[in-house]
Write a protein that binds this ligand. Structure first.
Ligand code: SF4
Length: 302
């Protein structure tokens, strides 16, 4: 068992639990962090390095390596996932579906989805993945970062800084709300992953702190109310496909933030609080019990 984490999920490396140092950040909200960074004229990743120390970069290098490995493993695996739903792995199929007249936009969606499917299928098969922030939502962050590294030829150092920013967003959501599907539904899992991925992309593209906040906010806001209803309690349907859709959404949210951050009305902190209260108001049928939604209505083929 080897699971590593960015963004607050459990950390298990080779069977032993690794404890993150608690209370390492004195600031509790994005607003506090943003004010401090602006007052000291530092970036979010510089703030994270000041809090965590330079050792954070070796840790994140291991995270990034594990993420890329999970994509590679997923892309080279085929067959039916265990559990009885007869779900076929699709990552390799998606990756290989190139057409001569394929547009750049269609290719982008296809490759990003292939990477998200690859990691999520590895998770469903019990392979090694990075919780980002959870196992069920582990495909979103690696998919967008791997695709953008290939497309933009950015360095590993730039990716690690983006990962740190994504991790910070995940930690804030975990601290001020929840990243648990059992507590807040899928908005807390895949919604958080999308928010992390969008913020990471915004940092990767050199956006300022307000734009990063907007990217994270937009991504989470438009997952509000998303239920957790895994069929048969397996992290396969809707989970695998949902990771791919969230990865595409993360890119769109980042693009929107690039243009509209000056006009926004909703803060990241407000949408985190809203997500939490929405989650607490949800019926338990929609919080990982597999008693409602798709899990209730889907009939397994006999
Ligand atoms: S539907 Fe539930 S189990 Fe599946 S990814 Fe979302 S929160 Fe996780």
């Amino acid at each position: 068992m080897r699971v590593v984490s960015v963004g607050g999920g459990d950390i298990v490396i080779d069977g032993r639990e690794e404890m993150l140092v608690p209370d390492i950040y004195k600031e509790n909200t994005f607003s506090e962090i943003s004010s401090l960074c602006k007052a000291n004229n530092i970036s979010l990743s510089e703030y994270i390095e000041q809090c965590e120390g330079k050792k954070i970069w070796n840790f994140l290098y291991e995270i990034w390596d594990a993420m890329k490995h999970s994509i590679n493993e997923g892309l080279t695996s085929t067959g039916i996932l265990e559990g009885g739903l007869n779900v076929e792995r699709k990552a390799q199929f998606l990756y290989n579906q190139r057409h001569i007249d394929e547009s750049q936009e269609t290719r982008e969606n296809r490759i990003v989805c292939a990477y998200a499917f690859a990691v999520s299928e590895q998770n469903a098969a019990g392979g090694t993945i990075v919780t980002a922030p959870t196992c069920g939502a582990s495909g979103v962050v690696p998919a967008v970062l791997r695709y953008m590294q290939e497309k933009k030829h950015v360095t590993d150092e730039q990716i690690l800084r983006a990962l740190a920013v994504g991790g910070l967003i995940g930690n804030l959501i975990k601290q001020n709300a929840s990243i648990s599907g059992a507590k807040c539904g899928c908005q807390g899992e895949v919604g958080t992953a999308c928010s992390m991925a969008s913020a990471a992309l915004a940092d990767l593209f050199g956006m300022d702190i307000d734009q990063i906040e907007y990217a994270a906010e937009v991504a989470l806001e438009h997952h509000l109310g998303l239920t957790c209803d895994p069929i048969c309690g397996l992290v396969q349907i809707p989970c695998i496909e949902r990771n791919a859709v969230a990865a595409m959404r993360a890119i769109n949210a980042m693009s929107l933030a690039n243009f509209l951050s000056n006009t926004r009305k909703i803060s990241f902190d407000l949408v985190v609080q809203t997500m939490y209260e929405t989650g607490l108001d949800m019926s338990s049928d929609y919080r990982e019990t597999a008693d409602g939604g798709l899990a209730k209505l889907y009939k397994i083929d006999s």
